[in-house]
Write a protein that binds this ligand. Structure first.
Ligand code: ADP
Ligand code: MG
Length: 273
């Protein structure tokens, strides 16, 4: 909810006491207290609750509501293409993944340490799902996150049309969030300017100890194309991997799960790449 501009803070002297309290809570945007104070006050009187306990419970309602709406807002701002959580991830289907390690990453300690996370593996094994899930966990720990498909980032750069102000603004939006998810590092044939932009982004985030999460179905050797010049590629990839947790997934695409299950039921063996 966007903050309303208030021109005058004034306590109302109209209406009943409950109405005056509601007016003040609206003015102060204390929606959590607004929704609960009447019932809490009634219960408090019946159960001989102290004023301190009453006030504490009331404040807790407000903090919980503010935290819920912060999470919702930050998830929207992260621009995830879709939302998936760790709970929705079927680890049994992907035994190559160390579940305990993913839960350690979910603690967002890697963000505090300024480390990167790199998910590598073939299409459909859940790299994007896990990067979004870690992004949501990081948000719940108080870190802001931005998700961008590398292809879209390149498009956004090209749309700046070489205008320095626009390029700087784009760079700033990608440097600001504590966690930047760059999804789908693939083969690229791109111009010198684009490559330099991606290089700058990687180096500046590294220098600022700001985490990135990468997903790719290509090995690091194939990431070179992203940086055009060999020198630039090796120095960027060195920095990306220097403080990185690498999760290699070597399973079957989840998109083929149903096919695999139904074929198993029919007693046929299946080989899926
Ligand atoms: P990748 O990025 O590796 O190509 P995705 O993360 O896009 O794969 O996964 C493809 C789809 O399958 C998504 O809808 C994702 O939520 C789902 N998915 C993949 N792996 C799992 C899993 N182990 N458990 C539950 N859903 C999964
Ligand atoms: Mg993906």
């Amino acid at each position: 909810m966007a903050r309303k501009k208030v021109n005058l803070y004034q306590f109302s002297n109209k209406g009943t006491q409950a109405e005056r309290i509601k007016h003040a809570l609206t003015l102060l945007e204390l929606d959590g207290m607004y929704g609960s104070f009447e019932q809490l006050a009634e219960e408090g009187i019946k159960n001989h609750i102290t004023l301190y306990d009453f006030l504490e419970t009331l404040l807790e309602k407000e903090v919980v509501l503010k935290e819920d709406s912060r999470t919702v807002r930050w998830i929207q701002q992260a621009r995830f293409p879709w939302q998936k959580t760790l709970k929705e991830f079927d680890f049994a289907f992907q035994p190559s993944i160390n579940q305990a390690f993913i839960h350690e990453l979910a603690s967002a300690r890697f963000v505090k340490q300024g480390k990167n996370v790199i998910f590598l593996g073939p299409p459909g094994v859940g790299k994007t799902h896990l990067s979004i899930a870690l992004g949501i966990e990081a948000i719940s720990q108080g870190y802001d996150v931005r998700f961008v498909l590398l292809n879209d980032l390149i498009d956004q750069f090209l749309k700046c049309d070489g205008n320095i102000v626009r390029v700087q603004r784009l760079l700033a939006t990608l440097l600001r969030p504590k966690v930047l998810i760059l999804d789908d590092i693939d083969y690229y044939t791109m111009g010198e300017d684009t490559s330099e932009f991606v290089f700058k982004l990687v180096i500046q985030r590294y220098n600022n100890n700001m985490s990135m999460i990468f997903t790719s179905n290509k090995s690091f050797d194939d990431w070179g194309g992203l940086f055009v010049q060999r020198q630039r590629a090796s120095s960027a990839i060195d920095r990306i991997t220097e403080r990185a947790e690498i999760v290699e997934i070597s399973g079957t695409s989840y998109r083929l799960k149903d096919k695999v299950d139904s074929k198993k039921l029919k007693g046929k063996s299946v080989v899926v790449n």
